[in-house]
Design a binder for this molecule. Structure first.
Ligand code: ZN
Length: 62
């Protein structure tokens, strides 16, 4: 069985916005009260280690 490890948390290095991945909603949600700068071009510093899968583009429709 191949387990794909994906980041579950990320933080913007510019505005300190902190998000956590929601498996239920399948989208990033703001973690905590700090939403950061809505005009920020977020530069995510992903927490933890993970392996990216080449070819596993999010816009790929099976
Ligand atoms: Zn930001």
């Amino acid at each position: 069985m191949t387990e794909i490890r994906t980041p579950s948390e990320r933080e913007c290095t510019r505005c300190q916005r902190h998000e956590r991945w929601s498996d239920e909603d399948e989208q990033w949600r703001i973690d905590g009260d700090e939403a950061g700068d809505v005009h920020c071009v977020h530069d995510w510093d992903v927490t933890g280690t993970f392996t990216t899968v080449p070819g596993d583009a999010p816009d790929h429709e099976a």
